[in-house]
Design a protein around this ligand. Structure first.
Ligand SMILES: [Mg+2]
Length: 239
């Protein structure tokens, strides 16, 4: 199979981490920054509820950011003019410290360099529930920020989240790509492997496998991040 597009998940895939414990640390840190405006527990309830609304949204007229912000400020009664600069400060000053809850590996940049040798176009297909600044920061941690990406999905530029099929349809439409020319690489049986329902081929990276719904593990390929690098080397040898 000759692929043209490589869709790569970030958290738990290119950037090794236990996603659940990372999210717990992230919530603690952002709630601490918002403490002058709202008690941490209350803030976290609103943040998670607005995130849930964003993840379920199917209105293609609204970006993920628009859905999140509208729902968050409606629930919390906070004032956007007051709070948006606080979110910005959090992502610029506090978020970078969260790198200590991840385990970056040189395999990630090696994989991207190898993918370029295979003439693959690169897409960061991370769940677009975060602003671009937080996604670019995690790409820096992973050592992949300097590669020529055709698309990085963020909450500003996308209208759907994983695990909706619409997320992958939006990527295909943006690329003008046929699904069979795409390989989606990720660690989540539901969020990443669902791409197969559109005909996209899938590679399940199982170092930090997530299978929340306990569904049967189905993917075209499966292996560690190191196995995936070997897979790409095999692909370039056969070119
Ligand atoms: Mg992941």
């Amino acid at each position: 199979m000759i692929y043209r597009y490589l869709l790569l998940d970030l958290d738990g895939t290119l950037l090794p981490m236990d996603t659940d414990s990372f999210i717990r640390k992230y919530l603690e840190a952002i709630a601490a920054r918002l403490q002058p405006y709202l008690p941490p527990q209350e803030f976290i309830v609103h943040l998670l509820a607005a995130t849930e609304t964003m993840v379920r949204n199917k209105d293609l007229e609204l970006t993920n950011e628009e859905v999140f912000m509208a729902d968050f400020f409606r629930r919390s009664n906070l004032k956007p003019a007051e709070i948006l600069p606080v979110f910005d400060s959090f992502y610029r000053e506090d978020f970078p410290c969260l790198v200590c809850h991840t385990s970056p590996t040189s395999l990630a940049p090696q994989i991207l360099a190898q993918a370029l040798k295979c003439n693959l176009e690169l897409i960061i297909a991370t769940n677009p529930v975060f602003p671009r600044i937080a996604i670019e920061e995690r790409m820096r941690w992973a050592g992949v920020d300097n590669f020529p990406f055709r698309l990085v999905t963020t909450y500003e530029n996308m209208h759907f989240c994983k695990p909706l099929q619409e997320y992958y349809s939006e990527i295909l439409a943006y690329l003008g790509a046929q699904p069979e020319h795409c390989l989606m690489v990720g660690n989540d049986v539901e969020e990443d492997m669902i791409a197969a329902e559109l005909g996209i081929h899938t590679y399940l990276v199982d170092d930090y496998l997530i299978n929340r719904s306990g569904r049967p593990v189905q993917s075209h390929y499966q292996g560690s991040l190191e196995d995936f690098l070997a897979f790409l080397r095999g692909m370039s040898d056969s070119l």
